[in-house]
Design a protein around this ligand. Structure first.
Ligand SMILES: Nc1ncnc2c1ncn2[C@@H]1O[C@H](COP(=O)(O)OP(=O)(O)OP(=O)(O)O)[C@@H](O)[C@H]1O
Length: 985
């Protein structure tokens, strides 16, 4: 120990080599190994050959027993502290004062190197103790400032890794300008205390490559190097300040090993080869350094280990080698080799000097550099002056050329960057668009699924309702709703399949489809959420790319190109949005269709209920209240308007059966009737079986009121010529073009004028022949802004009709309330006859009804009655005309009157629609003459032929004396509201 201490300080020094023999371990005892290495004294060790036979006289002189002498020898009883004190403690002071020192543990695998260097928690090794002492040493000094940094690395398979920063990967060894070896990128951490150092050490050891081998359960497969750098300087600042830098290397080498002993294969074997290679290099270096024949070449470069330990082995470093051996006979060879190497290492000499840098030296260094630079500048100046001016021009041209080349290069680099960015953007946009489209398709699929689901649910629920209704027949006390719930429960409880339920095929199919749709919905939702996530990611990617544009692109043009690219993408997104909207609208339309069909079903149900109730009322002769009547009127009108709105065209009636059907529907307004006839929908026939209608139908069929073919001919011909509806059997009010209407109106007026003329002639001589009265029609126009002439009343005569090709509406005859209303008999008489020959009209009945219409009060009374009778009310007409944007005709008692036939059938007539019984011309009143400047107009105005002239109102009593009695054009009464209906052209 005394010897070792004497080596402290500078100068040439030998490598200090100590030996540590570990105790025998359990395995070795079990293997009955014998102890072959024995410590003799403080410095000596005797290694005995386990194979040597003491009785072999022949080999007595060639004993393999070897004796080695080292600086210090420790056996298995030596404590960690003792080893530390003898090998390292004395170095600490040197390091603090600026010397380099290295302690490395050498030996075969499992010989106890790591134990010595690192130790255990209870028995800390050299590393921890050295650092502890280092800090203690620094604390002792008051006037010096210290800075301690540490790094910890491993060399594994010839690769350097930073154990304090394992993420930094493989590090390189570099030599600095002074020939010193540095590890590039190695982290040097500041250490302030022993605890901190210990923490860092423990952290580093966890990162160290360690694997169990047959020779050692915790075999270190790498060389570990702990480097501690201590910088010391005086606390007092001075220009000539001295900075001392001491480095301490503590090295735990990997164990030299023989593959046979370790039983290593594969990876372990490769590790072993590397370990041995670096240790061989170390041995070679030791050999070279200790070459007695002079200065041999020391090849440190053979391994990273030797490069790193270059200073420690042959440079400015105080080095201690701790050789380790096992005492067991089974490790004889390894122990022998170690001892041989260690013994050789003893002769290595190093020159130790203090690492001192002072400020003066520092300034001198810079002064030299500055001087060198000045000389260089001078040299260049001279050179430039020697150059001819031509050369200078060339140089400047060259500079420009270089400049332009640089620019060109930059431009091409930019273009390349643009292409790259463009490509990336396009791919990203494309991805996004595909995802958007997928999402759109999935949305659409989802909507279709929901629609289909609704449809099937409707089928099932309709069936359920029907079944519950059937159940109600058996259990009248129960509500349909509760029955439905019960059915549902029973179905769930029984778990019966659709086949067992005796359900119709469509319901079975609907149930099956519902199942499939449910699964489909789940699947679609799943895919949709995945696509949505992917789309979000794609959007994020695009956004990042877009953010890079300003940085990666330098010119405005290129930016513009990319901007346009983005714009195109934006437009594509908009396009997809529009497509998506269209799909959504389609879906909404389909959904509304479903709702409508549901409402239709509901309406049909309501119709059935109303009809049934109506039949019941009529059968039992219960008269509904006025309010109910009005509501019913409104209901019918609503129905009619609905149908008119949904279908502007009237279909044709092709069969007689259709005509019969229409006859049954005469209670209804004509458009409604047409709809009924046209439609094949059973719900449209709900009123067919009204007893009253049937009765009417029967009566009229019997009496022949229904239009005969001959009666139809004129109208139909006209219609066929002028109307889009060319069916000869068409009955309803036609939708005639405006031109047609004008022609018809003109014809009508002409005929009326002729009739008036004839009538005035006949007036004086013949009197009135009611038997010869002809059916006709007189209509005021109800249209806003229509020709004034349309408001006049027209007389139609058969002869004129023929001549003028005008219209004769046979079914629109009305009976005058002033004359006797036709009975069924005389009705039939009237209608059976051919309309254009000899009409036999019923005798006029002077009932005095006209008196009732003298003033508004009476009209109101009549209106109320009519309303109660279910006839067309003003309210109905008002509603109808208002909806259609037409002006509503003024309701006066001069406009409408209704009556009833003998068997209570309704008839409508217009008070002003009169026919002369003898088909003579209309008389012209003096007042009319004077109004028209003495000219006959050919048709009659309201005043001349108003019904008021017949009824004895105070105003016209006097005037009417001159007039012959008139017969109103009679009509087949139930062709509703003449006054309001569109003129029947
Ligand atoms: N002086 C000692 N006292 C007690 N046990 C020791 C001593 N030296 C070594 N050992 C034990 O021997 C075993 C092997 O020691 P260690 O791991 O230090 O060997 P090594 O030389 O580092 O091997 P390798 O090169 O394979 O890493 C360990 O379990 C260790 O605790």
């Amino acid at each position: 120990m005394t010897e070792i201490k004497s080596k402290i300080g500078g100068g040439e020094q030998n490598l200090t080599v100590v030996l540590r023999i570990r105790p025998m371990n359990e395995d070795e005892v079990l293997l009955r190994a014998t102890q072959i290495s024995h410590k003799v004294g403080e410095n000596m060790v005797v290694l005995m050959d386990p194979l040597e036979d003491p009785d072999d006289i022949l080999r007595a002189n060639r004993s393999r027993e070897k004796t080695f002498v080292f600086d210090q020898t420790f056996d298995g009883n030596a404590t960690q502290e003792k080893v530390y004190d003898a090998t390292t403690k004395f170095l600490i002071e040197n390091v603090v004062t600026g010397y380099n020192a290295t302690v490395f543990a050498y030996g075969a695998t499992g010989a106890g190197k790591t134990y010595t260097m690192l130790g255990t928690d209870n028995e800390p090794g050299i590393m921890a103790r050295a650092l502890n002492d280092l800090f203690l040493q620094m604390e002792k000094s008051d006037d010096m400032a210290y800075k301690v940094t540490m790094s910890y690395l491993e060399i594994y398979n010839e690769m350097i890794r930073d154990l304090l920063n394992p993420g930094s990967g493989i590090l390189d060894l570099r030599e600095d300008s002074k020939g010193g070896v540095q590890v590039a990128g190695l982290v040097e951490l500041k250490a302030r205390s022993t605890e901190e150092v210990m923490r860092l050490l423990m952290q580093g050891n966890k990162e160290r490559t360690q694997e169990p081998t047959a020779a050692n359960k915790t075999s270190s497969r790498s060389h570990a190097v702990l480097q501690v750098i201590v910088r010391q300087q005086n606390k007092a600042r001075n220009i000539m300040q001295e900075v001392r830098t001491g480095k301490l290397f503590l090295v735990d080498l990997a164990g030299s090993e023989r593959a046979a002993n370790t039983h290593n294969r594969g990876k372990r074997m490769v590790e072993g080869a590397h370990i041995n290679r670096s240790l061989l290099a170390l041995g070679n270096c030791i050999n070279a350094l200790t070459d007695k024949n002079g200065k041999g070449y020391v090849n440190y470069r053979d391994s990273k280990l030797t490069r790193l330990l270059k200073d420690a082995l042959g440079g400015n470093c105080k080095t201690v080698m701790i050789a380790h051996i096992s005492p067991a006979s089974i490790h004889f060879e390894e122990s022998r080799n170690t001892l041989i190497y260690a013994d050789r290492a003893k002769h290595i000499k190093t020159k130790v000097r203090r690492n001192v840098t002072d400020v003066a030296y520092h300034i001198a260094q810079y002064t030299n550099i500055i001087q060198e630079l000045r000389e260089e500048i001078l040299r260049l100046r001279h050179k430039l002056q020697d150059q001819p001016s031509q050369r200078r021009v060339e140089t400047s041209a060259n500079i420009q050329q270089v400049h332009s080349e640089v620019l060109e290069a930059r431009r091409s680099a930019d273009t390349e960057e643009l292409h790259k960015l463009k490509e990336q953007l396009l791919i990203s946009f494309k991805d996004q668009m595909e995802l958007r489209k997928s999402l759109m398709e999935l949305n659409n699929a989802s909507m279709e699924i929901s629609l289909e689901t609704n449809r099937n649910q409707m089928t099932v629920s309709d069936f359920e309702v029907e079944r519950a209704r059937a159940g109600k027949m058996e259990n009248p006390d129960r509500s349909i709703e509760s029955l439905m719930k019960e059915n549902e429960k029973a179905l769930e409880m029984s778990g019966a399949g659709t086949d067992e339920l005796n359900e119709p095929e469509d319901v079975k199919v609907a149930r099956e489809e519902l199942k499939v749709l449910n699964e489909e919905k789940y699947r679609t939702e799943k895919v949709r959420s995945t696509v949505r996530k992917e789309l979000e990611m794609a959007k994020e990617k695009t956004r990042k790319l877009e953010e890079q544009i300003p940085h990666r692109i330098s010119t405005d043009e290129q930016r513009e190109v990319l901007r346009l690219l983005c714009k195109v993408h934006e437009l594509e997104i908009k396009k997809t949005e529009v497509q998506s909207m269209c799909l959504l609208r389609n879906f909404q339309i389909k959904k509304k269709d479903m709702v409508i069909s549901r409402f239709k079903q509901h309406q049909s149900l309501c119709d059935k209920i109303i009809h049934t109730q109506k039949v019941l009322l009529e059968d039992k002769n219960i008269y509904p209240t006025q309010e109910l009547e009005e509501l019913y009127d409104l209901y019918k009108l609503e129905l009619k308007l609905q149908r008119e709105d949904t279908d502007g065209f009237v279909s044709e009636l092709n069969t007689k059966g259709d005509i019969d059907q229409q006859s049954v529907l005469t209670e209804e307004t004509e458009p409604l009737a047409r709809m009924r006839l046209r439609s094949n929908n059973p719900e449209d026939k709900i009123f067919e079986k009204s007893p009253r209608s049937l009765r009417m139908k029967d009566q009229r069929s019997l009496s022949g009121v229904w239009r005969n073919d001959s009666n139809l001919s004129i109208e139909d011909d006209n219609l066929s010529n002028n109307s889009p509806r060319k069916s000869p059997g068409f009955l309803g009010p036609s939708r005639v073009s405006t031109e047609d209407r004008t022609i018809i109106a003109t014809n009508t007026r002409n005929i009326a004028a002729l009739a008036a003329k004839k009538r005035s002639k006949a007036q004086g001589s013949e009197g009135y022949n009611f038997d010869k009265v002809l059916p006709g029609e007189l209509k005021p126009s109800t249209r806003k802004g229509s020709d004034k002439s349309n408001e006049d009343y027209n007389y139609l005569t058969p002869s004129r009709l023929d001549k003028h090709n005008s219209i004769f509406v046979a079914d629109q005859l009305a009976y005058s309330p002033l004359i006797k209303l036709p009975s069924d008999d005389n009705l039939s008489t009237v209608t059976k006859q051919t309309a254009y020959t000899e009409p036999s009209l019923p005798p006029l009945r002077k009932t005095g009804d006209g008196e009732r219409y003298r003033d508004g009060r009476q009209w109101e009374q009549e209106k109320g009655k009519r309303s109660r009778r279910g006839e067309n009310s003003y309210a109905q007409q008002f509603a109808k005309h208002s909806r259609r944007g037409r002006s509503v005709p003024k309701m006066t008692d001069d406009v409408y009157k209704t009556g009833r036939t003998g068997n209570n059938d309704r008839v409508f007539y217009k008070r002003n629609a009169f026919l002369r019984p003898d088909d003579t011309e209309f008389p012209t009143t003096p007042s009319e003459k004077s109004k028209n400047g003495g000219k006959k107009k050919g048709y009659r105005n309201n005043t001349a032929f108003s019904d008021s002239s017949v009824v004895s109102t105070p105003q016209n009593k006097k005037r009417n004396k001159k007039l012959p009695p008139t017969i109103p054009a009679y009509r087949k009464g139930d062709i509703t509201v003449t006054g309001f209906s569109l003129p029947r052209y």
